[in-house]
Ligand binder design. Structure first.
Ligand code: DC
Length: 220
């Protein structure tokens, strides 16, 4: 079974996804981490988005996902991909079709023979259009920015609230306006606005939707 959780930056996807996946004993795949990993690699190679070739031959990198951790050629970069530099650059690299095709192939390969919960922007619309349960998580920009701000403060990163709002708005714009597989709610996704909900409420809502789907499947 595949559960797809999509939505804009800061809607709470990864926090919620990790909890739901662990409750259901599903493998969690954080596709945002994969786009962040590729971005880190291009920044290290000093290759600007407009210099990435169609076959992305520059990117001779093995990407491995292990739960919440991501490895580039064996190096654990799970912390480094959460930096402000990556936040600012990731949407531009994610809009490149060759980058997306490369990562979507990896994501589809991970789904073989296991129950997975995948979070991202295009999971229900493009990567797994047949996912059994599709959720679209949203929240208003202030709430999303506040969550990211607290997260950054906890990590000791010095960034202003205004900077975060502007980064979130610019990522939303690029992610939803790009040509290939833009951020969009799938027609059959269930939208949950988390602005006024706490984590446990969102997790419970998704678990009850999952149970409903299971019952529907049994009655078919
Ligand atoms: O979920 P996140 O904030 O870690 O994602 C980082 C960026 O990666 C996001 O701004 C756009 C890109 N992304 C994407 O284009 N498609 C996905 N399925 C997941 C993330």
């Amino acid at each position: 079974m595949i559960i797809a959780i999509d939505g804009p930056a800061g809607a709470g996807k990864s926090t919620i996804s990790k909890l739901v996946a662990s409750k259901l004993n599903f493998q969690y795949i954080d596709t945002g981490a994969m786009y962040r990993g590729v971005t880190l690699k291009f920044l290290r190679l000093n290759i600007q988005p407009d210099r990435v070739s169609e076959k992305i031959t520059e990117l001779q990198t093995e990407i491995q996902m292990d739960g919440e951790r991501i490895f580039l050629d064996g190096e654990d970069v799970s912390q480094e991909i959460r930096s402000i530099e990556i936040n600012q650059a990731v949407s531009a690299y994610s809009a490149i079709p060759a980058v997306r095709l490369f990562l979507v192939e990896l994501q589809r390969a991970m789904a073989v023979d296991q129950n997975i919960l995948v979070d991202g922007r295009d999971i229900g619309t493009y990567v797994f259009p047949k996912a059994e349960l599709k959720i679209f998580l949203t929240a208003n920009v202030e709430v999303r920015a506040k969550r990211r701000f607290l997260e950054m403060q906890e990590k000791g990163e010095s960034v202003s609230f205004e900077e975060i709002v502007s980064n979130i708005e610019s990522r939303d714009r690029i992610d939803s306006q790009r040509e290939m597989a833009p951020l969009k709610k799938a027609d059959d996704a269930i939208e949950i606005d988390t602005s006024a909900m706490n984590i446990a409420e969102v997790v419970n809502r998704i678990l009850s939707l999952y149970e409903m789907k299971q019952r529907e499947g049994l009655n078919r």
